[in-house]
Design a binder for this molecule. Structure first.
Ligand code: GDP
Ligand code: MG
Length: 780
């Protein structure tokens, strides 16, 4: 039967996994392999996707993907089998001080060599927390060369000449997501001197899957077993010595959140890197495993390709495993000749026949069999951990059939209210007050010093005005990021994606895009920055492109002014209509681009639902600090220049003379040129055009510019008819967001995208405003 035929709570054993290519490899890497037991936990409230439990963790699958998996129902609902306890091995516990190491003096790397470590692990294994503990405040954030995937690196606290690079969270070394490609390339090409592999000990089977592959790379590795506080707290334990023996790498139990065992981890990491102590074991196939077909196949291929692997600089065991899995990029890198390719294919075909599994499944199965044996010998699991129990109870509400969506809306409303209504606003007012004070102070001192009139104007009307108005966004951004990271680190973000996936799929995206899009109603800048967390390039670009259609809060003053002047009494109706129109436009654009520039599959929704956890305050504070610094530095430069340019254009005419009246300025003249463009859609006045241009700086300036140029906003009613006011409102709703947002897009996606987006939005805005203007002729 198909996996989709299971009812909630029922369990089955997987018989075959269909599908093909990278997606199928991803299924296998997540543990969806023939022979594994899988249980349907529940369907999402909208009926798709579904949550399954496999290898002791929760996984989401879309029904369309689950269709491809054939299962055999198990008789009993499968009581978890009583773990066999290995014979007790003596372990002195924390701080044993490296009794495992075999090398103490031979050939250390020369003093002064920089020891570089790759920090690798699954998502939600505590990587960020550990990275912060290891490096303290000594961190640099940037991008991996050529791609927008965060690259954080830093020096280990108290150790000169060390560097830790926090790789993106990955499940496997198969090139599935951009993150996995980046991580794999970093380890293979940049050759760090050591790997710190962080493993979530509460979810050890799934986490060790990556470990096996990292060990095959023959780079010195130390295993950090994280979340040991939870394991211990639930009465579980892990026989560390036994595990070290079997794996041949140092294993250090730690709790990153509680800073336990981290010093010991550092000692081991430095030791293995310094003495280049490679994993003693890289061989995970077993010659007694079902006739040893996989074992014979792997070793045969290893011998065959040894020279090619050496020439390509790829560890031979890793190369062989990836070849058997069917990894195209490794195959290309090895430069096998035709004969050798034929032989390897023949060996693999023989193995598939003997083993009764296809190549990729056979390798995944080999890894999981090893892991099962290992955990049986070394891990004493508690019956049911308190954290999982708690997560299940919370999920009863947060992903419950009838409660999920109200809960989601409630939580989002709360976040918005707190951000824009309470905290953000309070901080914003405070900051605005500070900026005003500073401006006033500067103003009076400039006057007192008798500074040149032009410089005075540049500093006050240009820099302070422009930079100040954007800087006042900072509190909102910080607050929004605080809540975003709270949602992410607690594990709720994954649930939001689970609940809303079906809806977002209709427009060609996955559930993960909903949060950045919702944040767009607040401010586009942090929302665009938040798209980083999206799993695929395509989704990231598409979401970034849609965000500006979610009307940001800076446009509210415009709506307020125009509704009160032109549609008194209907303000709420007008605003609601505008918001809905924005969303509708976004949906339409998404539906069109889904078929054109964003063709291709939406990311498959194979995602882990981690246990809910309390994030550490330190993590969150640090994240906020980085995001604010990012915003200030990156956006500042653009805004700083833009403010000066706008100031220059409003203060000078084309003969570069200071103008007395604003209507003679460069900006007004240019606005006069552009204005005819807007005549057909009802608002071809140069003053309105000027206001729209300053709206580029920040949407708040539209209203203030109008009132300066018109000497009060009352004059608007004589300038605009009802239908041209409606058209103008629609134009303001849809045209390009402010420079800060454009700068954010440019930073995430590059110059070309930013320019394309500006063009697209202005065109859409013009067309829609035109349509409203025409329709208005019929209505008003
Ligand atoms: P990442 O996704 O791998 O970067 O994981 P994070 O560092 O963001 O951690 C995920 C969650 O696990 C956060 O809520 C952390 O506070 C929590 N966490 C991290 N390490 C530990 C630990 O040792 N014990 C416990 N109980 N929680 C932890
Ligand atoms: Mg993290």
């Amino acid at each position: 039967m198909k996996l989709t035929e299971l009812k909630a709570g029922e369990a089955a054993v997987i018989e075959a996994v269909g599908g093909e290519g990278a997606l199928r490899q991803h299924f296998l890497d997540m543990g969806v392999i023939p022979g594994a037991e899988i249980r349907l936990v529940k369907l999402a409230p909208m009926g798709d996707p579904a949550e399954y439990r496999i290898h002791g963790y929760e996984l989401t699958l879309r029904l369309a993907d689950a269709e491809k998996i054939a299962v055999q129902k198990t008789a009993a609902a499968g009581e978890p089998e009583e773990p066999e306890r290995a014979e007790d091995t003596e372990h002195p516990g924390l701080g044993e001080g490296g009794r495992f190491h075999e090398k103490r003096s031979e050939n250390p790397l020369p003093d002064g060599t920089v020891l570089s470590f790759a920090l690798a692990g699954n998502q939600n294994s505590g990587k960020t927390t550990l990275f912060n503990q290891l490096t303290g405040s000594n961190q640099h954030v940037g991008n991996f060369p050529g791609v927008t995937v965060d690259r954080k690196s830093g020096q280990i606290k108290g150790f000169q000449n060390t560097e830790v690079v926090d790789l993106p969270g990955i499940y496997s070394l198969s090139p599935y997501s951009k993150e996995e490609i980046v991580s794999r390339q970093y380890i293979l090409n940049d050759k760090p001197t050591g790997i710190i592999n962080i493993v979530d000990a509460t979810n050890i089977e799934r986490n060790l899957y990556l470990t096996m592959q990292l060990m095959e790379l023959e780079t010195p590795l130390v295993l950090a077993l994280n979340m040991m506080d939870e394991v211990r707290g639930n009465g579980g334990s892990i026989l560390i010595n036994e595990m070290e023996q079997q794996l041949g790498v140092p294993v250090v139990p730690i709790s990153a959140a509680k800073n336990e065992g981290v010093d010991e981890l550092i000692d081991h990491a430095i030791h293995i890197a310094k003495f280049q102590e490679k994993p003693r074991r890289t061989d995970f196939c077993d010659e007694s495993d079902r006739g040893g077909a996989v074992h014979r196949c792997l070793h045969g291929i290893m011998h065959l390709i040894e020279d090619h692997a050496r020439d390509a600089g790829i560890p031979v065991r890793f190369a062989a495993t990836k070849l058997v899995e069917g990894d195209a990029s490794i195959l290309a890198a090895l430069r096998l000749d035709e004969n050798e390719i034929r032989i390897t294919e023949a060996i693999i075909a023989q193995m598939e026949q003997e083993r009764g599994l296809d190549r990729a499944a056979a390798i995944a199965d080999m890894r999981f069999s090893f892991i099962t044996k290992l955990t049986k010998a070394c891990v004493v699991k508690p019956e049911e951990s308190r954290e999982r129990e708690r997560s299940r109870r919370v999920d009863g509400i947060l992903t419950g059939k009838y409660t999920a969506i109200p809960a989601f809306l409630g939580i989002m409303a709360l976040v918005f209210w707190l951000t824009f209504g309470v905290i953000g606003k309070y901080l914003q007012d405070l900051l605005a007050l500070g900026i005003d004070k500073l401006t006033a102070l500067l103003d009076s001192s400039l006057t007192a010093w008798g500074t040149d009139h032009m410089i005075h104007s540049l500093l006050i009307d240009g820099v302070m005005q422009g930079v100040g108005s954007v800087l006042s966004f900072l509190p909102i951004i910080v607050t929004l990021f605080f809540f975003l990271s709270l949602l992410e680190d607690t594990g709720y973000m994954a649930r939001i994606a689970f609940v809303t996936d079906k809806l977002l799929r209709r427009i060609g995206l996955s559930g993960r895009s909903i949060v950045p899009m919702l944040m767009g109603f607040g401010c586009s800048v942090p929302s665009i920055m938040a798209c980083r967390t999206l799993p695929s390039e395509r989704d990231r670009k598409m979401t970034v492109m849609l965000i500006p259609f979610m009307s940001c809060s800076a446009k509210l003053p415009i709506y307020g002014l125009f509704s009160s002047l032109f549609f008194p009494g209907y303000a709420p109706l007008v605003m609601t209509a505008l918001y809905l129109l924005g969303i509708l436009k976004g949906v339409i654009v998404a539906l069109i681009t889904k078929r054109t520039s964003f063709k291709g599959e939406a990311v498959p929704f194979v995602m882990e639902l981690p246990n809910y956890r309390m994030p550490s305050a330190k993590n969150i504070l640090r994240l906020i600090w980085y995001k604010s610094r990012d915003f200030i530095t990156r956006a500042f430069t653009v805004i700083f220049i833009a403010s000066i340019v706008i100031w220059f254009m409003t203060s000078f005419n084309f003969r570069f003379e200071l103008v007395e009246e604003s209507k003679d300025s460069m900006l007004s003249v240019i606005a006069g040129w552009i204005a005819p463009l807007f005549r057909p859609i009802g608002f071809g006045d140069w003053r309105i055009t000027t206001a729209l241009i300053t709206g580029f700086m920040a949407k708040e300036s539209v209203v203030s510019t109008l009132s300066v140029l018109l000497g009060g906003t009352g004059a608007l009613t004589s300038l605009l008819s009802l239908r041209s006011a409606a058209a103008l409102l629609v134009f303001c709703l849809l045209y390009t967001p402010c420079v800060a947002a454009i700068a954010a897009v440019r930073r995430e996606l590059g110059r070309k995208w930013a320019a394309g987006m500006v063009l697209l939005q202005c065109t859409v805005a013009w067309l829609c405003a035109g349509a409203v203007y025409l329709l208005g002729a019929l209505v008003f």
